[in-house]
Design a protein around this ligand. Structure first.
Ligand code: NAD
Ligand code: LMR
Ligand code: MG
Length: 596
């Protein structure tokens, strides 16, 4: 996202930058620009003398004050989001310094939930293009377009790519999805100190089925319906091949793909390159972090948990798989562990009779027909055929509707008496008072995680859940929520958002140059996050605060790199992992700029 006239130099004397640019070119490069903080000598060498006011402010401080005031002057969250990215275009150091100083306040504006609003309004709010736009209409140009980024083989640590079919829980947003790649990368830098000079946001524009976009004269993407099948797979392959060729050291992060593609893509590449699906693996791991602490606080064991997951897509089944694997670590056989997890989706409880229509990764969790024969079926509407977001699930729901109804969430909760209830359904207010109370009647401390982002899609709010359970539930959410005050206790709500996990995981991979991202590395990341949560006092959060993301991510990176070393997966041998992680981290401070 920066011009390549700025080079970062790390040597014995610390971090510096060099540039061939002069005058306005320097001020217009967000990687180089320091505004009033250029020294007298730098002003002379870079031809800036006449372009800057006389005041010389060697520290970030006065600029931070001015920028924070301007941030507050923006009247809406969306305009604050736009302000932040304009600030980034002007001065990236100041952007990250402001974000880091006010992490709890500004992270939700740069990232989730406001990034969702920005994506929905991207046609209007887009200012300057950032990142790489790859289009299915020009598959032969994938490599050339990635090369346009202007980086060399050693320059890039990380690419985040989205095809934007399932942005958060708001669906298909075509090329507007570039903003989720940009937002995720900003979190990598703010949370873990991944060097922002070494990252590439990518959107894989394969068309969109979003009618609103297709009819929007200001839409920035390919005006065609989504391509599927071989052409899609070839396009993804062209991207992976080009990324590997141009940036052989980089990790490939996949974000917000649809449920039919996310897992297929990961399975295809995960043993060939260092790659990772955030919605499936990052979410599974951060949820595991919260659950590790919650289960410990209930003083029960992992092998006795009964888990209901509502919304059996990329995130829901990603979570199911990691819970299953954890139960296996605790001594259950794989099939025993699988049987302790119930998936509920649009067709209700997923059952064996649906097997043909289920996605292959949902299939192992389908319940036996005998087990469900006695369960009541509730009449339901079929999803209109025009709703194309989840065709497989909608088809199964139509079949169930025709046969008298579905085994709905309330019925499943009443029958199963789950100890853990997770929401990844993209559908708000589905954890009703009746459901939550019924769960609380059967288990002393129900563990309930409504995770659908953005905030407006959560299956219930923490206030609702804690009120209905008289403060007994252990809650974590996908988006940030304020503390809940109930019966004299302030309940801090842990944010089970993959943002607390993937930055540290990525940093661990980057530092060690791991050749792949193994399940063990992901599990060690989950444990490391869990270990950073506050002590288990009444109302304490299940997860570390986002105010401490830098510390959390550093601990995660160290554990991930150590696991990679133990597994023999590293391409960069490390003597001292802690020092290597510390040394690699980028901080938003002004460094000397030398004219060359
Ligand atoms: N907290 C986090 O870190 C985190 C991470 C990833 C995803 N999420 C959230 O989880 C949600 C799902 O994301 P995903 O990537 O799995 O999407 P997805 O499209 O892969 O899966 C969504 C699933 O929900 C089902 N569904 C839709 N409406 C439903 C309803 N009314 N009842 C039951 N099931 C329904 C769909 O059929 C589909 O199987 C999103 O809102 C996303 O923001 C949160
Ligand atoms: O982006 C987020 O906030 C988390 C997650 O990746 C999601 O898709 O909801
Ligand atoms: Mg996501």
């Amino acid at each position: 996202m920066f011009s390549r006239q700025a080079k970062v130099i790390k040597d014995g004397s610390g971090r510096r930058m060099t540039t061939t640019a002069r005058g306005y070119e320097v001020l217009r490069d967000p990687a180089l620009n320091k505004g009033t903080a250029f020294s007298k000598a730098e002003r002379a060498a870079l031809n800036l003398d006449g372009l800057l006011p006389p005041v010389i402010t060697t520290e970030l401080e006065p600029q931070l004050e001015r920028a924070y005031a301007a941030y507050h002057a923006a009247p809406t969250d969306l305009q604050k989001h736009v302000y932040m990215w304009r600030l980034h275009d002007n001065n990236a150091t100041l952007f990250y310094a402001l974000l880091q100083r006010h992490m709890l306040e500004i992270l939700p504006v740069v990232y989730d939930p406001v990034v969702g609003e920005a994506i929905e309004n991207y046609s209007e709010v887009m200012t300057r293009p950032r990142g790489v736009f790859l289009s299915i209409d020009e598959p032969e140009k994938v490599e050339a377009k990635l090369a346009d980024f202007g980086a060399g083989p050693d320059d890039i640590d990380l690419l985040v790519a989205s095809d934007a079919e399932e942005i958060l829980g708001i669906g298909d947003w075509g090329s507007n999805g570039i903003d989720i790649s940009i937002g995720k990368l900003a979190v990598y830098t703010a949370a873990a100190g991944i060097d922002p000079h070494g990252v590439v946001p990518v959107v894989l524009d394969v068309g969109t089925n979003n009618e609103q976009l297709l009819n929007d004269p200001l839409y920035i993407g390919c005006r065609r319906s989504r391509v599927r099948g071989k052409a899609y797979d070839d396009f993804i392959d062209a991207y992976v091949t080009a990324a590997k060729k141009l940036f052989p050291k980089a990790m490939l992060h996949w974000e917000d793909f649809g449920s039919t593609n996310a897992r297929r893509i990961l399975s295809r590449y995960r043993e060939k390159v260092a790659t990772f699906n955030d919605d499936m693996q990052g979410t599974g791991a951060i949820v595991l972090s919260g659950l590790l602490n919650a289960v410990e606080r209930t003083r029960t064991t992992w092998t006795e948990q009964r888990v209901v997951i509502f919304g059996a897509g990329t995130a829901g089944v990603g979570i199911a798989d990691q819970i299953r694997d954890l139960m296996v670590r605790h001594g259950l056989q794989v099939d025993e562990a699988t049987l302790r997890i119930w998936l509920v989706d649009l067709p209700g409880l997923l059952t064996a009779e649906m097997k043909e229509g289920l996605l292959d990764y949902q299939r192992p969790y389908a319940r036996d027909d005998q087990e469900v024969a006695k369960l009541q079926r509730t009449p339901c509407e079929a999803i209109p055929a025009t709703e194309t977001r989840w065709p497989e699930m909608a088809g199964l729901r139509a079949a169930a509707a025709a046969k008298g109804g579905i085994i709905d969430l309330a019925t499943v909760v009443a029958a199963v008496k789950p100890t853990i209830l997770i929401g990844t359904s993209t559908t708000p207010q589905q954890f009703t008072e009746k459901i939550v109370r019924s769960m609380a009647a059967a288990t002393e401390h129900p563990i309930i995680f409504p995770l659908s982002n953005p905030t407006k899609l959560h299956e219930a709010t923490p206030t609702q859940i804690l009120t209905w359970t008289d403060g007994k539930a252990f809650v974590a959410t996908g988006a940030p929520f304020d503390d809940v005050k109930l019966n004299g206790v302030a309940y801090a709500i842990g944010q089970a958002n993959n943002a607390a996990l993937y930055p540290g995981l990525g940093l661990g991979v980057v530092v060690s140059r791991a050749s792949m991202v193994s399940d063990e590395m992901i599990f060690s990341a989950a444990q490391a996050v869990a270990g950073q949560a506050p002590a288990a006092t009444p109302g304490a959060s299940l997860l570390p605060s986002n105010a401490d993301l830098r510390t959390t991510s550093s601990v995660v990176a160290v554990e991930v790199a150590r696991t990679a070393i133990r597994q023999g997966l590293v391409r960069n041998p490390l003597d001292d992992v802690v020092e290597a992680v510390r040394e690699s981290q980028w901080w938003p401070v002004y460094v000397p700029v030398d004219a060359v």
